[in-house]
Each structure stands twice: as C-alpha cells, then as structure tokens.
Design a protein around this ligand. Structure first.
Ligand SMILES: Cc1cc2nc3c(=O)[nH]c(=O)nc-3n(C[C@H](O)[C@H](O)[C@H](O)COP(=O)(O)OP(=O)(O)OC[C@H]3O[C@@H](n4cnc5c(N)ncnc54)[C@H](O)[C@@H]3O)c2cc1C
Length: 109
C-alpha cells in the first residue's frame, strides 16, 4: 500500500503473512524517539485515508533516502551497474532486479 499525501509519502510493504516494512516520510532532523508507535499508526492512517490495524513495531529508524541516476554510465569498456549507476529508494523494491538486468544487458549510454 502506497500513499502520496500532503504530509509526505507513506508505504506499507508486506514481508510475509505477519510482517510489514513501514515507511513514513518525515523531516531529516526528526529522531525515532519523536515517532512513538501510536503516532506511526495514526500517521499511516491519515496518509492512507483509512485506519490501519496497529501491531508491534520491532525496529524504527530515520534513514536518509535518495534517488540518483548517474550519467554517463559507460567509459570505454568500463560500465557502471546497479546502485553505482542508479540509486533508487528501497521503497521501490527493485534495485536488485535492476542491477541484475544491468549485468545482463549493460547500457551503452
Ligand atoms: C533496506 C533495503 C531494502 C531493499 N529492498 C529491496 C527489494 O525488496 N528488492 C530489490 O530488488 N532491491 C531492494 N533493495 C535494493 C538492493 O539491495 C540494491 O539495489 C542492490 O543490492 C544493488 O546491487 P549492487 O550490486 O549494485 O550493489 P551492492 O549490493 O551494494 O553491492 C556492492 C558491493 O560492493 C562492495 N564494495 C563497496 N566498495 C568497495 C570497494 N571499494 N572495494 C570492494 N568492494 C566494495 C560492497 O561491500 C558491496 O558488497 C533494497 C535496499 C535496501 C537498502
């Protein structure tokens, strides 16, 4: 489940039948202590536009995420592949697939 809200991005990505990875965009200056579990669940509900059933949160971190595409990715016989060529947020959940794709078919750009 993904949401782009005026408060920021939110995502709930299932990791098996009983676990999820949750993402909430927040100011980079925030600390995990400023995000008690109740606030996390409330904020997810607000951004998703519907209540979210709470559960235990086992780990919480404020992580700087960014997306970058480097260019050019080729210098002669030297190729940049994977995250070295295009760093995408873990929320995209496709960095590994893209890296494998690059290795199979390096870009010529
Ligand atoms: C929290 C998180 C969740 C993710 N979830 C997903 C997901 O669900 N699905 C998905 O497809 N992708 C996911 N990704 C992205 C995926 O992990 C990366 O896109 C992928 O691993 C990129 O592969 P890579 O080979 O380019 O880089 P890496 O896997 O980072 O490999 C680079 C390697 O080079 C080594 N290295 C660095 N510097 C040097 C040096 N100077 N000398 C020698 N070795 C060096 C590093 O130690 C590392 O082993 C996730 C990433 C994160 C952080």
């Amino acid at each position: 489940m993904l949401a782009v809200h005026s408060y920021g991005f939110a995502a709930r990505i299932t990791r098996g039948p009983e676990a999820s990875r949750l993402y909430l965009q927040c100011p980079l200056t925030d600390t995990a202590d400023q995000w008690p579990d109740e606030r996390v669940w409330d904020e997810l509900g607000t951004r998703f536009g519907e209540p979210v059933a709470p559960g235990p949160i086992t780990s919480k971190q404020v992580v700087p995420l960014r997306g970058v595409v480097f260019s050019p990715v080729r210098h002669g016989r030297l190729f940049l592949l994977g995250d070295a060529a295009h760093l995408i947020s873990p929320m995209g959940a496709e960095g590994m697939s893209l890296a494998l794709h690059d290795a199979r078919r390096p870009r010529c750009g």
